[in-house]
Design a protein around this ligand. Structure first.
Ligand code: UDP
Ligand code: MG
Length: 340
């Protein structure tokens, strides 16, 4: 079967040369754009000369509604290197997760494999080669994982680590110390495109896709220039979005708390009754304290119960794919029937 001039084997894996698209979301990155373009072009050239990717591989810069000269610079790079540097201009700033998704979905139709990386080159471009090797070895998703966080400030390091731990506690599967530097095969991006939810938290969604995955390790560097586009406010928003988009555990916790308080109120009842009969209480205290505890618990439990339904509705409206079929083994007669 020949698709787009490339040979595919039965599982859809392209066996000859794969066209790589490096997707780079950019928001106000005029200071780093040229440097990033040069480093990534060099990486592409290197991989092409080693025959690891097709010569028509390219970089796709996604301009996320930058207010500086980022887009002009992308246009300029495209003029200079029309085959290697491509660009997508979003009409306004939609945030890193959406910009990256726009880039991945645009690249999906034009490439066989994608690598997403930040414009500031904090992630090591040298490990892209290792990612491609793992892809050729059969992995559909290869995560770039930070070995250490020496270059981050103490604050960023501890908050980030607390975040991964909290996510795990909430039952959200994420890859520890992996941000959005990752390789995805075409079919992994295609499956990802089936997730229609608008509250995007890519790091949580990738493990849902399935397929064979692998990781490569690197040391995260300092930003080459410019400053972080992820201030604390955006980081907290991302963290909250990550938890609330993937887990209805907070609702279950309310239910649990309600039940716990009802149990407490029963204990309080025993205590209050003992106090009442031993005569060491102000009149009216017993009934008052019992109603407060019991009603409080009842209300929390009721809210938690209603929450369970809301949680279910929430999961339903996402309309996520329920499964991803990787392979089907079937008899030859069936295969012939389908081809006819
Ligand atoms: N970014 C984006 N839209 C935004 C914010 C950031 O496309 O609204 C891009 C940014 O240009 C960079 C990547 O997301 O390529 C990661 O941002 P940054 O390096 O500032 O985050 P940090 O590494 O500090 O967490
Ligand atoms: Mg960065």
């Amino acid at each position: 079967m020949v698709l787009g001039g490339r040979m595919r084997n039965l599982n859809g894996r392209i066996s000859a040369m794969d066209r790589l698209a490096i997707v780079v979301p950019c928001y106000n990155e005029e200071e780093v754009l040229k440097i990033a373009s040069e480093a990534l072009r060099e990486t592409l050239g290197d991989l092409v000369s080693k025959n690891k990717i097709a010569p028509d591989s390219f970089i796709l810069f996604v301009n996320d509604g930058s207010r500086d000269r980022t887009w002009e610079l992308i246009e300029e790079e495209h003029r200079l290197y029309p085959n290697q540097v491509c660009g997508v201009k979003l009409a306004g700033n939609v945030g890193h997760q959406f910009a990256l998704t726009a880039g991945l979905l645009t690249a999906m139709e034009r490439s066989d494999v994608t690598v997403s990386i930040d414009a500031d080159l904090q992630d090591d471009v040298a490990v892209i080669e290792e990612m491609i090797d793992k892809f050729h070895g059969g992995s559909d998703i290869v995560y770039g994982v930070r070995r250490e966080r020496k270059s981050d400030t103490f604050f960023k390091r501890t908050t980030a680590q607390a975040f991964y731990k909290l996510m795990a506690m909430m039952g959200v599967k994420t890859i520890y110390n992996h941000a959005d530097f990752r390789l995805m095969s075409k079919r992994a991006v295609e499956q990802f495109s089936q997730y229609k939810e608008t509250n995007l938290f890519l790091r949580g969604m990738m493990p849902l896709i399935g397929y064979q995955t692998d990781s490569v390790y690197y040391d995260r560097k300092e930003r080459v220039a410019g400053e972080s586009k992820y201030p604390l406010k955006k980081m907290l928003a991302l963290a909250f979005n990550g938890i609330s988009s993937f887990s209805v555990k907070p609702i279950s916790m309310i239910l649990g708390l309600g039940l716990f308080i009802i149990v407490c109120s029963i204990l309080a009842a025993v205590y209050a009754l003992i106090s009442y009969f031993t005569g060491s209480v102000v009149p009216g205290w017993t009934s008052l304290i019992l109603s407060i505890w019991f009603l409080g618990g009842l209300q929390l439990m009721a809210i938690g119960m209603v929450g369970q339904y809301i949680g279910k509705i929430y999961m339903e409206v996402k309309q996520r794919p329920r499964y991803n079929i990787e392979k089907v083994l079937e008899g030859e007669s069936l295969v012939k029937e389908q081809e006819a």
